[in-house]
Design a protein around this ligand. Structure first.
Ligand code: NAD
Length: 436
């Protein structure tokens, strides 16, 4: 099939590459000329495990193309995916200006039946708005389908190639057939393609992300209670996770959720609810808990340093909002850095993939270390903000030699509390006892 993907970011590039991988001819369109030039010359623009190999292969096989020209992109396409940003507007609702702007432009360029598919996360009613925006300039036949994307950064290729499910919102039989054919290679093992109406598909994405965010905030509250009551959240997590109605996944407490999806999607669903006079009480609390949780380590750190961080120097491991990505959007690490700077501290940071993105934002406000151990030079304490695997079993002898005070604040519960106690660390984590 001939496929076009408009918007070549984290979702668009993975979508385009994976559709090319199953033999389709794919054109990815983006307004960012620098990005498109890089991609054209074979340079990948995001860090996503496994993507580079597929990207290079499909580029070489001439199935994957890039352009800044929307007309060139959609001329021959049978299916056009929109993978455009839907950032929060001032009131927290999803800003549809990118999606509707492209839809309007597309209306001027359509010449025959095509299926336009919304992959961006958008509020209920957007499929109709996209339809109307196209209709302003085009009165021929076309269908607008909602096909929310559930991939997770860090495992995006696997998620796309072997999705748990594919949700397709459409009332058109013609669009349904094309979408079924396109997705057939991805669901050969029997994972469901769930057809529904457009509104339900749109809401499914928000409900999924909001549910997951709720699980995180719930466990973070349990962790806070554990700290007050002297219980161990790791034990509680195992105790409840073995109940299959609850499940073991997504029960890890930490320093809050971040990224480009959970914060904005929870906020947008709350906003959508308000628009129909519904007060989504649980989600309001989920957001409040998360805001608090991002700075959960700060009072612990201040308390350890007897109230003042002026002149203290911190090493911070982990900048990305989660491991295996270079994405720092809404990353808890950034909130911690800003708070520490505000308290008069200095900071040296290390992340395996996200250093460049942070440099662009923070520039010379902080120091950038070559590796996780150099990061510790002259530090009064180590703070861990992202659970990269390479931080899980570090060389504690090197840590001890570079960090003689042996003070660690771990926002991701990477280490065993008893082992840290035996090694003589001052170790504070989330929802577990502090050892000195
Ligand atoms: P992104 O910011 O990484 O990518 C968006 C791309 O669109 C950018 O490259 C930008 O230059 C381009 N763009 C902007 N305006 C354009 C225009 N007029 N024409 C062509 N290109 C244009 O965003 P993303 O993370 O890929 O997210 C895209 C959508 O997918 C959002 O709605 C998001 O909520 C949703 N989503 C994201 C994820 C994720 O993990 N990142 C997962 C599922 C769904």
């Amino acid at each position: 099939m001939k496929i076009t993907v408009v918007g070549t970011g984290y979702v668009g590039l993975v979508t385009g590459t994976c559709f090319a991988e199953t033999g389709n001819q794919v054109i990815c369109v983006d307004i960012d000329e620098r990005k498109v030039n890089k991609l054209k010359s074979g340079e990948i623009t995001i860090y996503e495990p496994g993507l580079e190999k597929l990207f290079q292969r499909n580029l070489k096989e001439d199935r994957l193309h890039f352009t800044t020209n929307l007309e060139e992109g959609i001329k021959e396409a049978q299916i056009i995916f929109l993978a455009l940003p839907t950032p929060p507007g001032e009131d927290g609702s999803a800003d549809l200006k990118y999606v509707l702007g492209v839809a309007e432009d597309m209306g001027k360029l359509l010449n025959e039946y095509k299926v336009i598919v919304n992959k961006s996360t958008v509020p209920v009613g957007t499929a109709k708005k996209v339809y109307d925006a196209i209709h302003k300039n085009y009165s021929g036949e076309y269908d607008v389908v909602s096909n929310p994307e559930f991939l997770r950064e860090g495992v995006a290729v696997d998620d796309f190639m072997k999705p748990d499910r594919v949700v397709i919102g459409t009332s058109s039989e013609r669009a349904k057939k094309l979408m079924s054919d396109l997705y057939a290679p991805f669901v050969r093992q029997g994972n469901p393609v769930i057809f529904m109406d457009e509104s339900s598909a749109e809401l499914t994405k928000y409900a999924a992300n909001s549910f997951l965010a709720t699980k995180i905030s719930f466990m973070n509250e349990v962790a806070r209670l554990c700290e007050k009551l002297g219980a161990d959240v790791d034990m509680v997590r195992k105790g409840i996770g073995s109940d299959e109605r609850i499940g073991r996944r997504f029960l890890f407490p930490g320093i809050g959720y971040g990224g480009s999806c959970f914060p904005k999607d929870v906020q947008a669903l709350v906003r959508s609810s308000h628009e129909v006079d519904y007060d989504f009480k649980i989600l309001e609390s989920v957001m409040t808990v998360n805001e608090d949780q991002k700075l959960h380590l700060l009072p612990k750190i201040k308390n350890y340093f007897e109230g003042s961080l002026v002149g203290k120097h911190f090493a911070l491991w982990g900048l990305a909002f989660k491991p295996n990505t270079d994405d720092i959007r809404e990353a808890p690490s950034l909130y911690i850095i800003k708070a520490l700077l505000g308290e008069g501290a200095t900071i040296s940071v290390f992340d395996p993939e996200a250093m460049n993105n942070v440099k662009q934002q923070m520039d010379s406000l902080i120091e950038y270390a070559e590796n996780q151990y150099d990061c510790l030079d002259n530090a009064d304490a180590l703070i861990i903000a992202t659970e990269w695997n390479e931080f899980r079993t570090p060389d504690f002898d090197v840590i001890t030699s570079k960090l003689p005070g042996k003070v660690i604040f771990d926002g991701r519960n990477l280490f065993d509390v008893s082992e840290m106690e035996t090694m003589g660390f001052h170790y504070e984590s989330v929802g577990r006892r502090t050892v000195n």
